[in-house]
Design a protein around this ligand. Structure first.
Ligand code: ADP
Ligand code: MG
Length: 313
């Protein structure tokens, strides 16, 4: 199977919203009037972001999910993406499974694959994604306000426990393994939540490196401090009994939940959004004057033995 046959067989599909998709030198897309493009790119490298033996269907899902999660955190409506693939070999069964996972999630969120690049090399997947936000309406990291509540979606800690099982030999029961793998390999991007928060939240980001580190980005960009009450963190029930549960929730990456700040006047509205989406939304702290992230436990500073992931630390 040659390069062009591979693309035609696995990645070329009839165009939908785009004017021109896979097959020409560029794709052509007409953005809706009054909208800004929200654009992001992520790279997943074998052995670094995923285990080389991961199920290719799950990998197709996750590669797109992490990009969709960035759009969710911006309050953007997903629109299109491009896919750059480096493959050690043209393995037809592997590609078919990867494409199945990828397109199932793409279709669920109305994302159109409009182009890409395919080359031989160590397994690496890079997806560029674009969505639309009403002009001036994106959920920025820089616009948190002093006195804002800090909220987090979902429950935390299971993805990090799944990583620790693989990389540190953490012992997990059968039921724990199932849930932790599901959370690690099949994150559900919180697109509907991001859209619902457009007129409600002041700032937002998605949790990819752990809330303790990630909230530092909102704090830094907004010129404020983030105080997090670690006892309020919503622990995933499946790992809540582990002694490290709190630290997995604080510093575990790969959660892809949203963390956002909003005025206390919005509490009822936010709880109504949670009920409407059947997704827990939990208040875990407050933005205040100062800088950095302050972890508190029963009013005293809390020092986590784990740190947010940093590729070059
Ligand atoms: P170019 O030489 O202009 O980079 P290519 O020969 O690499 O073009 O690709 C041919 C067409 O196939 C282009 O339209 C490109 O966007 C598309 N394409 C290549 N790889 C992929 C992929 N993995 N997924 C989707 N489209 C792809
Ligand atoms: Mg090319």
């Amino acid at each position: 199977m040659g390069e062009f046959e591979l693309i035609a067989r696995h990645f070329a599909r009839p165009v939908r919203a785009a004017r021109l998709g896979v097959g020409d030198d560029c794709a052509l897309i007409a953005p809706p009037a009054g909208c800004e493009l929200a654009v992001s790119v992520d790279m997943l490298v074998s052995g670094r972001h995923f285990f080389a033996d991961v199920d290719p269907e799950a990998l197709g899902h996750k590669a797109l999910a992490v990009n969709l999660s960035d759009l969710a955190a911006m309050g953007a409506q997903p629109a299109w993406c491009t896919l750059a693939l480096a493959l050690p070999a043209a393995d037809d069964a592997w590609l078919a499974a990867f494409a199945r996972g990828f397109f199932a999630l793409a279709d669920a969120h109305g994302v159109e694959l409009v182009g890409g690049d395919t080359t031989r090399g160590p397994l690496t997947i890079s997806i560029q994604i674009a969505g639309y936000v009403p002009a001036g309406g994106g959920l920025l990291r820089s616009s948190a306000q002093a006195g804002d509540d800090i909220w987090v979606s979902g429950v935390l800690g299971a993805a990090a426990a799944g990583v620790a099982q693989r990389s540190e030999g953490l012992a997990l029961s059968g039921a724990q393994q199932v849930r932790c793998r599901q959370r690690l390999e099949r994150p559900e991007p919180r697109i509907a939540l991001g859209l619902a928060l457009r007129d409600v939240a002041h700032s937002a980001l998605d949790l990819s490196d752990g809330i303790a580190g990630d909230m530092g980005h909102i704090a830094g960009r907004s010129g404020l401090a983030a105080r997090i009450d670690v006892d309020a963190l919503p622990l995933d029930p499946v790992i809540a009994d582990l002694p490290q549960a709190l630290d997995f929730a604080l510093a575990g990456g790969d959660e892809y939940e949203l963390c956002f700040t909003a005025s206390p006047a919005q509490r009822e509205r936010i709880l109504a959004i949670a009920a409407g989406l059947a997704l827990p939304l939990t208040r875990v702290g407050q933005m205040e004057a100062g800088s950095g992230v302050r972890l508190e436990r029963q009013g005293a500073p809390y020092c986590s033995p784990r740190h947010a992931f940093d590729h070059f630390a």
